[in-house]
Design a protein around this ligand. Structure first.
Ligand code: PCD
Length: 784
């Protein structure tokens, strides 16, 4: 595959190392004299710590240090801030609040001795009643989980609402038809193949701390460490090496990272800590866990008028969800979906439970996945009530292209869209009418075939400084572009690839703007000493924010090149035109054909060419991009399933996904992103659940119990695209990394429930395992 000058399909530059097994992950970092850490975790979901005896562990010949909450309390590090302005115990001091919580940290000469020594630590616990079901967390007499917080008398974290309650209630009071449905978006886990870990190296001589860890947000980590530890930022270097998947689970700071740092400070040696699979599933950030009740008001002829939503959000023992602080429930605002509504209102109550903290945006811009699931299930519930086709109902109510930019009832401005076109394309690709006919014939024969649709709008690219921040840090991203004398370039960005292919697509953006080959652009990321400040990669924000910064910085370079070219051509800069052809980019004198290529200009910029007053040499530039708005990608998905009435087994036979993420930089990468997200969605809809027993024992701490989708469960995806550029993004691109994870679960669930229509089942909660489907067929759908 040849390398395009700018946008287009090209193989990923980073694959040269990945497919040869030459990637370098945190566990590949091995430093001289390095020690190994291991974490002792709580067996209880809720218990008071009576005493901790570490003497036997300390006596182990290979143990160098044992750190407890008490050690950390002495350093004022027993608690750390979370991304939502709560605190989280690094190592428990007073109580343990979920099974798997961090209690002590052993540092030893090797990994095995560190693990062995954990068994020598004697902790006396006094078990307490646990709150596992969020619906019981606010009951009178429920045990108080966060009694570390002064004056706390219950388990409520926040009440939040959006929209206009009175206007919405008024529409409901007059409505011809209303439907209501309770549903759970269950607790799931990002489960990246690479678990979390860190190598910390504190150099006593220089006072510099270097931390390697697979963080999605290296700069935010560094600032937090600086604030908490009181070290200046230039004495802290965070290096995020290659990452084996993040999916939102690697945004926050985990206790293990802090323990590795303290371990290095205490022992004077580098310390490595790597989680195992069970630790990852039990203690790092989970996602979702939203108990939702949706209501829709409509006219009898199928005009949707209003939506009303109540949510109980289970945030676990510490409120650690990564969210812009001004939006306590993240971006749940998009619960109004892609439809033309008169009024909308939602209320979200966040609560503590004795489960691992998180509420992380797993492949989801904050809480968009839950919102999209809710509204897309509700549309199907309404279609069922009205006895109309679900596609037709959507088509009738989708926003029309002339309504954009569109201000939603919750006050968000959708930048651009052409929704009917996208849904129509998906229906054409699916052969929708023929599928419905096939389904009707099969129903006659007692065969269960289902067709499920979802239409989603996301809000990605957080975010405009005036509206969004994380812990007070604004969400603008920097970019630096250095152009060598030969015209080869180095781009430095703050965002951090976890497999998305930034080294390729960001080079393509520079390539397109400067008319050079992406092969001639090196992308540097993931090292705070080498990159400008910015908030990192999550919520599909890299292309909308850092990608925009990249285009803008390249344009600055191009403008500098114009000044230099003018001096070279003895022309006035205004008379020069920028052109890009197969040979590359150049500034030429309008009408004359005389011109200089970007490479010639770069060389001249570093030469003794005399430049006019005020024109600097070199072409290097920097930029900070503050996005004016989020970008709003959207898509139409159609899923076809066959359900075995004898076993409840669901087979996803076809999946048609039409995505619109504006201009595509690298269509091949975009398709790869969509493939991954669709597989994720099939997993969540059919297989995945973080389950607990009533005492809070974790029932899914391995991949034997927590099921990941494989090629076996996935059909051959059928992808389509429409392109509606974002009007405010410099290259018209919108984010896409999470679209398919957001949009696919409702399509799969809608398809399964469509298959079960002959049994009169209106809703059943995910995951739709064979047992769950079987019970739904028997008239007893699982209500988790
Ligand atoms: N693109 C293009 N075009 C367009 C868009 C986009 O081309 N229009 C491309 C780019 O550039 C890149 C990708 O694609 O490369 C993606 O992008 P975005 O959308 O911007 O995103 P980002 O930011 O970069 O990323 C992030 C995401 C997320 S968020 C998630 S989850 C996931 C996804 O990403 N993760 C992951 N995907 C992925 N992949 C992989 N491989 N791995 C991972 O880990 Mo969160 O919030 O964190 O939850």
């Amino acid at each position: 595959m040849s390398t395009p000058m700018g946008f287009g399909r090209m193989h990923r530059k980073e694959d040269a190392r990945f497919i040869r097994g030459r990637g370098s992950y945190v566990d590949d970092v091995n430093l001289p004299g390095m020690l190994y850490g291991a974490i002792l975790r709580s067996p209880h979901a809720h218990a008071r710590i009576v005493s901790i005896d570490t003497s036997a562990a300390l006596a182990h010949p290979k143990v160098k240090a044992v750190i407890t909450g008490e050690t950390l309390a002495g350093l004022n590090l027993a608690w750390m801030p979370t991304l939502s302005a709560d605190t989280q115990a690094v190592l428990a001091t007073d109580k343990v609040r979920f099974q798997g919580q961090e209690v002590a940290f052993v540092v030893a000469e090797d990994r095995y001795s560190a693990r062995d020594a954990l068994e020598l630590i004697d902790v006396e616990y006094e078990a307490l009643d646990a709150v596992i079901d969020a619906r019981k967390s606010l009951d009178e007499g429920a045990p108080i989980i966060r009694d570390d917080q002064e004056g706390r008398a219950d388990n409520k974290i926040f009440d939040w609402g959006a929209g206009d309650k009175d206007a919405t209630d008024a529409v409901f009071a007059q409505a011809e038809v209303t439907v209501a449905q309770d549903m759970l978006y269950p607790r799931v886990h990002p489960a990246p193949l690479e678990t979390c870990g860190a190598v910390a190296d504190f150099d006593k001589v220089t006072g510099k701390l270097t931390v390697w860890c697979p963080t999605q947000a290296p700069h935010a980590h560094r600032t937090l460490y600086a604030l908490v530890a009181g070290l200046p930022e230039h004495k802290i270097r965070v290096i995020s090496p290659d990452i084996g998947g993040g999916f939102g689970g690697k945004v926050g700071i985990y206790p293990g990272y802090v323990c590795a740092i303290v371990g290095s400070i205490v022992t004077g040696k580098p310390v490595k800590w790597m989680e195992d699979r069970s630790e990852n599933l039990m203690s790092t950030a989970f996602a979702r866990d939203y108990h939702m009740r949706g209501e829709v008001a409509a006219t009898r002829d199928g005009r949707i008028q209003a939506i009303r939503v109540k949510v109980l959000a289970d945030h676990g023992a510490f409120n650690g969800t990564a969210q812009p602080t001004k939006f306590p429930a993240g971006f749940f605002h998009v619960f109004t979906g892609s439809y033309d509504l008169r009024a909308a209102h939602c209320e979200v109550t966040g609560v503590y439970t004795n489960k691992a903290p998180g509420g992380v945006a797993y492949a989801c811009s904050f809480r968009i996945t839950e919102a999209v699931y809710l509204v897309e299930r509700m549309i199907d519930v309404l279609a069922d009530e009205l006895g109309v086709d679900a596609a037709e109902l959507r088509m009738k109510n989708l926003l029309r292209s002339e309504q954009f930019p569109y201000t939603s009832p919750t006050g968000w401005e959708y930048d651009s869209g052409d929704y009917q076109k996208t849904l129509q394309l998906a229906m054409d690709m699916a052969g929708y009418d023929a599928l419905r006919r096939e389904q009707a014939e099969k129903r006659e024969r007692g065969e269960l075939m289902g067709i499920g649709i979802s239409f989603f709008t996301e809000a990605v690219g957080a975010g405009p400084r005036k509206h969004m921040d994380i812990l007070g840090l604004g969400m603008a991203d920097g970019a630096e572009l250095r152009v060598h004398p030969t015209g080869k370039a180095v781009l430095r960005v703050s965002c951090q690839s976890q497999g998305q292919g930034h080294e390729t697509t960001f080079a393509q953006i520079v390539g397109a703007e400067l008319g050079i080959s992406p092969d001639d652009v090196e992308v540097v990321h993931g090292d705070t000493d080498q990159t400008p400040f910015g908030l990192g990669t999550y919520g599909s924000r890299s292309t909308p924010v850092s990608g925009a910064a990249t285009a803008m910085v390249a344009r600055k370079v191009r403008e500098r090149a114009r000044q230099v070219a003018a001096a070279m051509l003895e022309a006035s800069p205004e008379d020069l035109e920028w052109t890009v052809d197969e040979a590359g980019g150049s500034w030429t004198v309008a009408g004359t054909g005389a011109g200089k290529s970007i490479q010639e200009i770069a060389l001249a910029a570093h030469s003794n060419l005399e430049l006019p007053e005020g024109v600097e040499g070199h072409l290097d530039a920097t930029c900070v991009y503050n996005p004016p708005n989020l970008t709003y990608p959207f898509g139409a998905y159609i899923c076809v399933v066959d359900v075995d009435p004898g076993t409840g087994q669901v087979k996803v036979r076809r999946f048609i996904a039409v995505d619109d993420c504006g201009v595509r930089i690298n269509p091949m990468i975009v398709e790869g992103q969509v493939h991954g997200g669709l597989a994720d969605g099939v997993g969540m809809a059919l297989m995945q659940l973080m389950a607990f027993d009533e005492d809070g024992n974790h029932l899914g701490a391995s991949f034997m119990d927590y099921l990941l989708p494989t090629a076996m469960e996935c059909p051959s995806w059928e992808l389509g695209e429409t392109v509606t550029p974002s009007p405010h993004h410099p290259i018209g691109a919108k984010g896409v990394g999470e679209s398919a994870t957001v949009g696919s679960p409702p399509a799969v669930v809608n398809a399964v429930l469509d298959a079960l229509r002959p049994y009169g089942v209106r809703h059943a909660d995910m995951p739709l395992t064979p047992a769950a489907v079987w019970r739904a067929i028997k008239g007893d759908p699982i209500r988790t």
